[in-house]
Design a binder for this molecule. Structure first.
Ligand code: PGA
Length: 251
């Protein structure tokens, strides 16, 4: 039985004191009930260590939003897997559409990042998704298939158990527009079938596939009740402890 996972991607939000406040509120809120899902927070790099101290022995897991695929060296401004591991990071987002679009990360970089994450023992959250133009052009599935096939190139089946896949239609990210539960389920089912083709049905059945893109307390339950939607990657709505907790409760 695969586990539902709700992750919060803070993006470039929250300074240190705001981060401490948010994660403390989250921790307190989660102490009052037993979530039916795993919970991950992905704060900016500068908050990781402090957030890690606050979530010690809690139900909250720590993720980062990015890293570089080299071990160390002359890569100004970059952060390595070992650096993340040394401050308690367990998960890392790879291939977010903002990294692809704004920072020009392509499929080959994403593939190298996944390989490095597995080598180092970080669990990647691989993001894929189509633009509005691609959806309207009827090529959503083709785009998703190409992104996943390229990202997972030469990655063996045993690694897939240590990752999460997130389907995030780009037109739904930060726009307030959400895919309908039916639209999202259709792509999630397609992704699971693709993983089954690339690996086998057992790998596919055990893979957690999150939906992301304007997930809010008001739409979380209808999305998360779909058979192939195993959680959410939440941006805007994770910046307030109460709305993030409502989404966690929906799972
Ligand atoms: P959003 O962001 O919830 O603000 O749409 C989701 C994401 O980019 O992961």
């Amino acid at each position: 039985m695969r586990k539902k996972v709700v992750a919060g991607n803070w993006k470039m939000n929250k300074n240190l004191s705001e981060a401490i406040q948010l994660v403390s509120d989250l921790r307190n809120g989660l102490d009052s009930f037993e979530p039916n899902c795993d919970v991950i927070v992905c704060p900016p790099f500068t908050n990781l260590e402090s957030v890690n101290t606050i979530i010690k022995d809690s139900k909250i897991h720590l993720g980062a939003q990015n890293f570089y695929f080299k071990d160390s060296g002359a890569f100004t401004g970059e952060i390595s897997a070992d650096m993340l591991l040394s401050v308690g990071v367990e998960y890392v987002i790879v291939g977010h559409s903002e990294r692809r679009a704004i920072f020009k990360e392509d499929d080959s970089v994403i593939n190298l990042k996944l390989k490095q994450a597995f080598t180092k023992g970080l669990k990647p959250i691989l993001c894929v998704g189509e633009t509005l133009e691609q959806r309207e052009g009827g090529i959503t599935k083709e785009v998703i298939k190409n992104q996943i096939t390229a990202a997972l190139k030469e990655i063996p089946a045993e690694n897939i158990a240590n990752m999460i896949l997130a389907y995030e239609p780009i037109w739904a990210i930060g726009t307030g527009k959400t895919a309908t539960p039916e639209q999202a389920e259709e792509v999630h089912k397609f992704i699971r079938d693709l993983i089954s083709e690339l690996y086998n049905s057992n790998v596919a059945e055990n893979l957690t596939i999150q939906y992301g893109g304007s997930v809010k307390p008001a739409n979380a339950e209808s999305l998360l009740s779909q058979p192939d939607i195993d959680g959410a990657l939440v941006g805007g709505a994770c910046l307030q402890a109460d709305s993030f907790i409502e989404i966690i409760k929906s799972a």
